[in-house]
Write a protein that binds this ligand. Structure first.
Ligand SMILES: [Zn+2]
Length: 613
């Protein structure tokens, strides 16, 4: 058996896709919201029997390999390796060598070696004692250090680079991994002029959702003028794409799905502190540390949209905790509006004054307080209200207007009228203003704001255009005919004269299938069981699967007789439509031949035309 089939036998398509999206049984299939385009009602279907999937909204489809390629942005070889590992299948050498030798896989191996180097350094080296003391002081247990593979590297120029070179990695790959930096005057031959990006730092590996180390965050142990920032991260590499990495999602995803909500905190230490006290549905965005760049460029927003899209695979409910300072709140407001635009329910976690400045500190002071504030997180509108009134005097008309404008702006984005009305009343009540005044204001704001809500641009990059080209009427009829024929084959295979036309010379999408079915049917060959294999091509969706899925969707409750009747009617309409198109075509050719004075051709065409009438 080939590697591919071996893997397919071990990984079920419904289970695999179910790890990414919620699937519900629908007839013989499973159904869910398509992860590749935005939709409100599910048109994404998965079939266990045929091990295939198809979306009727964006027309994507295929098998487990194409799904992983699509959703993880992997190439075929990468997906093959990934699924082989998952299935516990040893790839035969040809595949294995190709997969192993790709740059991404070489970088994975480098990061793997580097994380072990850092971790062992922390555990075993005398010179790492200060780092161990520091982590202990911050309350990290040995279990946590093991579990998160926390490490350390001394303040020296090229300790890691030398180690990785000895392990057999090439200097080019080390530079590509972001772990090694190349000086302008570097010499590849002598390997002079290269140094470590991370020096004198506590090292935190960053994993992708599949437990692969894709990068690192280094926190400086002793801050000096030369240390260059409290936190340093792996830059963008072939392996590390910040926008597709959420810190700790690999460890938290199961718990997020089970609890159906995620807690988003700001820093990696906050995440680790939560997991250490067994709150495991906690993540932090982007793998950047507390010092996240706060002048929010457009690209940052794009990046965060992608991250929110990633989170949405696991839950629609998100509770956020953030540092209560101006920068923290600004960043949080952006995240909140992006998450709300993406259709997430957002709550705000507020740590009471004196209980700690961040989750890490709060847990250290009293973990019960932290559990309590997470449980009692407030609806985002309540939070907006409480923030809007801070330092404002509602007897001052200017302040009053300020509050009203700010909150009306939030209220107008609420998609549900009843809820909107509720918050309008709240606002009127709090300000002592008549609600009709606020309603007028709201209408005015809404009409002024012509800019569509961000929803439209959300996940632009994974949004796919519908690729269903407009098909000819004949093609449409043939398609529906084939759908019925394949789905109800057992009922209608004995009905005579169903294939009414000759499509062998035309180029429509379904012609080959139509002609093949016709020839078997005419020969009385009733077995179409090996038919599907004929149309299965590596890395391409099987046309039979798509048609069968369409049949299960459109004709689910159809009875034997209904199917028989429908297919007869279709056969007749196909003939009529074909006749019409044929006659049109001949007439066009006729006028062309006449204009050229080609009498032989004219005669021939006339005969053909008459034979059709
Ligand atoms: Zn789709």
């Amino acid at each position: 058996m080939s590697d591919i089939n071996l893997i397919k036998n071990k990984i079920d398509v419904v289970d695999l896709i179910g790890e990414y999206i919620q699937l519900k049984p629908a007839g013989v299939n499973h159904k869910g919201l398509c992860p590749f385009h935005h939709e409100k009602s599910p048109s994404f279907m998965v079939n266990r029997e045929r091990q295939s999937w198809h979306c009727f909204g964006c027309a994507k489809g295929g098998d487990i390999f194409s799904f992983v390629q699509e959703i993880e942005g992997m190439e075929f070889r990468e997906a093959l390796k990934y699924l082989a590992d998952k299935a516990g299948v040893q790839l035969t050498n040809t595949f294995k060598n190709e997969a192993e030798s790709s740059l991404k896989n070489r970088l994975k191996n480098i990061n793997y070696d580097a994380s072990h180097f850092f971790y062992n350094f922390l555990l075993k080296m005398e010179s790492a004692k200060d780092a161990r003391d520091y982590l202990q002081k911050r309350g990290l247990t040995q279990d946590t250090i093991d579990n998160w593979q926390i490490g350390f590297v001394l303040e020296q120029w090229d300790l890691l680079t030398q180690y990785l070179l000895k392990k057999g990695h090439s200097i080019d790959d080390l530079v590509a991994s972001g772990l090694t930096i190349k000086r302008d005057n570097a010499n590849i031959a002598t390997k002079q002029g290269f140094y470590d990006r991370f020096r004198g730092r506590i090292m935190f590996p960053i994993w992708d959702v599949h437990d692969t180390v894709v990068g690192f965050t280094g926190r400086v142990l002793i801050e000096t003028d030369k240390s260059g920032g409290k936190y340093v991260n792996t830059p963008q590499t072939a392996l590390f794409d910040k926008s597709s990495v959420i810190f700790a999602l690999n460890k938290a995803k199961k718990s997020i799905k089970e609890k159906d909500f995620v807690v988003v905190v700001e820093g990696q230490m906050d995440v680790i502190a939560c997991h250490q006290v067994d709150m495991t549905n906690v993540v932090a965005f982007s793998g950047t540390a507390v010092t996240a760049e706060l002048d929010l460029h457009k690209s940052d927003a794009e990046q965060q949209k992608k991250q929110i899209g990633l989170l949405k695979r696991y839950t629609n409910n998100m509770s956020m905790a953030f540092d209560v300072d101006e920068a923290g709140e600004k960043a949080a407001r952006r995240t909140i509006s992006l998450a709300m635009s993406a259709g997430m329910n957002v709550k705000i976690i507020q740590i009471p004054e004196g209980a700690g400045k961040d989750p890490d500190e709060c847990i250290k002071k009293n973990k019960e307080v932290w559990f309590e504030v997470v449980k009692n997180a407030s609806e985002v509108m309540n939070w907006y209200f409480s923030r809007a009134f801070i330092n404002k005097d509602i007897n001052n008309p200017k302040d009053k207007q300020h509050i009203a404008s700010e909150l009306l702006d939030k209220i107008q984005h609420i998609p549900f009228a009843v809820e909107r009305d509720y918050w309008l009343k709240e606002l009127g009540h709090s300000l002592g203003v008549d609600i009709s005044v606020l309603r007028d204001d709201l209408v005015r704001i809404k009409s002024e704001e012509k800019i569509p809500v961000e929803k439209k641009n959300f996940d632009k990059n994974i949004e796919t255009k519908t690729i269903n080209l407009p098909e000819s009427r004949l093609n449409e009829l043939v398609k529906t005919f084939l759908v019925l024929f394949l789905r109800f084959y057992d009922f209608i295979k004995d009905t005579p004269n169903l294939f009414s036309i000759d499509l062998s010379l035309s180029t429509g999408k379904y012609n080959e299938l139509y002609e093949m079915l016709k020839s078997r049917y005419n020969k009385g060959n009733k077995d179409i069981s090996n038919f599907r294999d004929y149309f299965s091509h590596e890395n391409q969706e099987n046309i039979i699967d798509v048609l069968l899925m369409q049949g299960e969707k459109d004709f689910f409750g159809f009875k034997e007789n209904e199917a028989k009747n429908e297919v007869k009617i279709l056969s007749k309409r196909i003939y009529e439509e074909w006749l019409k198109e044929e006659k049109n075509r001949i007439q066009n050719e006729l006028s062309l031949a006449e204009s050229k004075g080609d009498t032989d051709k004219v005669d021939e065409l006339m005969k053909r035309f008459q034979s059709l009438s």
